[in-house]
Design a protein around this ligand. Structure first.
Ligand code: PMP
Length: 429
């Protein structure tokens, strides 16, 4: 048997850090990453035959569990017709219709291949539409790795201690204004000074790349108001929250309508897909309708569309998201009870199908400064010990956790039993 440790060593020969995306490397976790062979439902199975209850779900897409039979069948059905044509196909229209039906703020939508492409293109569109260069984002929000957005970012950019990356030209970064999350006053102050130069505000309507931080009441509403006042474009990056916090995403959950929405993850059912869309007036500026250029050789790929449509169709079922949120609540309450009983300072935060665990004495975490002040060493011990208990959490204190409808009450109970043992071990030094 080849172990994960051996595979990691082999991987490091020709892949930077042995991984094709940095957070996978388990950096700072004092152990090599687990190599997964296959997955089904709520479970991952590693190359050494170990089973894990998975709360990463391929970083979000697997909202009905891994290897969903209906998603796989939809892909299989298209497979023999060919992988890509580079022409229009009817299935792209079906996807666009479906997205616009689920998200009423979207009149027109363009498919791309990743969340990064979605946000990068939405930013270009907002700049092209307004004729302004400056953009406003929030500290600890992650919107993919395009240059304008890799400034004080979350996720791997944060885990790896490089909130901004070398290689991002200062001349470009200076157009990106970064403000504290959940701080409407800071936004109002900024707009009072330079509002007429700001093309857009881009925001994670629930922050999921510095752990899980929901918006405080009035924050999203305030962003909407400020954008209206200054004719700036409000972009919700719903790559993570879309179809997860509620079917209609955070915009449905919190009742605030953005001008543009970025999608990814669930929309592709596990295939490499992203999308951006919104108001007809703005989206009509995209090529070939308008002058703002954006394109993609494999965009709207038929297999990817088939997977995404199958998944979206499945989660439209009445009550799906309520049941998902209920599972998250059971898990979070159970973790809280056990941490309290063991005397481990920990809180949880959640929104619909996503959640976060913070090792802190604070009663609430609302922004980047508070998120980064949590106990990193406690998280490392928790993560590693949970992995030994057969529970796969994101290998970073700055990532949200994801529930799926495949997680049974027994899976959640097993997770809580594991956590109880882990909390007990954490209070023993
Ligand atoms: N936006 C958000 C909110 C994300 O969480 C992510 C990825 N986790 C992205 C954008 C980038 O998506 P991708 O990794 O598909 O490029």
């Amino acid at each position: 048997m080849t172990t994960s440790a051996q595979l990691f060593e082999q991987a490091c020969r020709h892949i930077p850090g042995g991984v094709n995306s940095p957070v996978r490397a388990f950096k700072g976790m004092d152990r090599p990453p687990v190599f997964i062979e296959r997955a089904r439902g709520a479970y991952l199975f590693d190359v050494e035959g170990r089973r894990y209850i998975d709360y990463v779900g391929s970083w979000g897409p697997m909202i009905t569990g891994h290897a969903d039979p209906e998603v796989l069948a939809a892909v299989r059905e298209r497979l023999d017709d060919g992988l890509s044509f580079g022409t229009p196909t009817a299935i792209e229209t079906r996807m666009a219709d479906l997205i616009c039906e689920i998200l009423p703020s979207i009149d027109l939508v363009r498919m791309v291949n990743s969340g990064t492409e979605a946000t990068m293109s939405a930013i270009r569109l907002a700049r092209g539409h307004t004729g302004r260069d400056k953009i406003v984002k929030f500290e600890g929000n992650y919107h993919g790795h395009s240059d304008s957005l890799l400034v004080k970012a979350g996720s791997g950019a944060l885990t790896h201690g490089e909130p901004s990356s070398p290689g991002v030209p200062a001349a470009l970064a200076e157009h990106t204004v970064t403000l504290p999350y959940n701080d409407l006053e800071a936004v109002e102050e900024c707009f009072a000074k330079i509002g007429n130069e700001v093309a857009c505000i881009i925001v994670e309507p629930v922050a999921g790349n510095m752990n899980c931080i929901p918006p405080v009441p009035g924050f999203l509403e305030g962003l909407r108001r400020v954008c209206n006042e200054y004719d700036s474009v409000l972009i919700f990056d719903e790559v993570m929250t879309g179809f997860r916090v509620a079917l209609g995403g955070a915009q449905a959950h919190y009742g605030v309508s953005p001008d543009l929405t970025c999608l990814g993850k669930i929309v592709g059912g596990g295939m490499p897909v992203g999308a951006f869309g919104g108001k007809r007036e703005i989206m009509s500026r995209i090529s070939p309708l308008g002058p703002v250029y954006q394109a993609g050789t494999l965009a709207g790929n038929p297999l990817a569309m088939a997977a995404g449509i199958a998944l979206l169709s499945k989660i439209r079922e009445e009550g799906f998201h309520d049941a998902l949120a209920q599972r998250v609540e059971t898990l979070c309450n159970g973790l809280q009870e056990r941490a309290d009983a063991a005397g481990v300072p920990m809180i949880t935060q959640r929104a619909g199908g996503m959640f976060g665990v913070f090792f802190t004495e604070q009663s609430q975490v609302e922004n980047f400064a508070q998120a980064t002040s949590c106990d990193a060493e406690a998280f490392r011990r928790f993560f590693s010990a949970m992995l030994d208990q057969g529970v796969y959490l994101a290998p970073s204190a700055f990532e949200a956790g994801f529930m799926s409808s495949a997680h049974t009450p027994e899976d959640i109970q097993a997770t809580l039993d594991g956590a109880e043992a882990v909390f007990a071990s954490m209070t023993r030094r």
